[in-house]
Design a protein around this ligand. Sequence first.
Ligand code: NAD
Length: 260
Amino acid sequence: PTGKSELSMERDLEKKIIVVTGGADGIGRECALAYAREGASVAVLDVDGAKAEATAAESGGASIGLVCDVSKGAEVETALKRVLAYYRRIDAVHNNAGIASPSKPLHETSEQEWDDLQRINLKSVYWTTRYAFAALAESKGAILNTASMVGLIGQQNHAAYVATKGAMISLTKAMAADYAVHGIRVNAVCPAGVWTPMLERWCEEQPDPGSIRKYLDDIHLLGACPHGDVIADAAVFLLSNKARFITGCILPVSGGAELG
Ligand code: NAD
């Protein structure tokens, strides 16, 4: 489409087939529901298969939930083959699955913790790209990565996690450059804090969860620490045709948290 009038009658993601990893809960779940509201069918991939199916059922329409550990190449290959067998196309992949690191400096981080973060938060993007590339090239589709503000500005006591998000930001730009010729756009959203099970768990691990909650509410200049809907609205835009000339964009959806 080239003009607003052609788009104005349609929802933003009408008839698109969108894969969301880590879509069973938290930010991924909010995005899956938002994509479906905008007319997409969503394939929810998550290590928790039952919850993935529940999110897909809540999304309605032709959405499906599939169990998939995104850190395992064979599981990603199988899941994406099933998605393609079912829908015959993929218009977008949202790489959202991720884990947080325990609060500690790098030298206290175990090799297992380092490797898990790298495999789940970063290498997963390699696997989904490897197995969805052909379909995305055919649909002239889009990739969206859930990075983090900490990948841009750093964070105390979370070096191993920050490293995965910084790398994801670099990877987004490199993939955008490589895949423009195929018509595939690649962008990232960077949340600061978002109330999800991950952030709830992180608060509970802190010595004083109450003061951390207050801190999280205070740092977002546009208001209290948000829920996933603010990320979902940005994600809908970046995967829609309205963003058809946007690639390599690292978009803070942070309420100005980094500016205070
Ligand atoms: P969450 O823990 O609430 O939900 C993550 C989902 O991913 C869960 O459904 C979980 O089962 C799934 N998952 C975990 N490991 C997986 C794997 N190996 N394979 C497939 N699925 C897997 O987390 P969230 O807060 O919604 O975070 C989503 C993304 O947003 C993550 O990449 C996270 O780093 C990023 N992020 C979150 C915040 C925040 O404040 N919540 C801030 C910045 C960035």
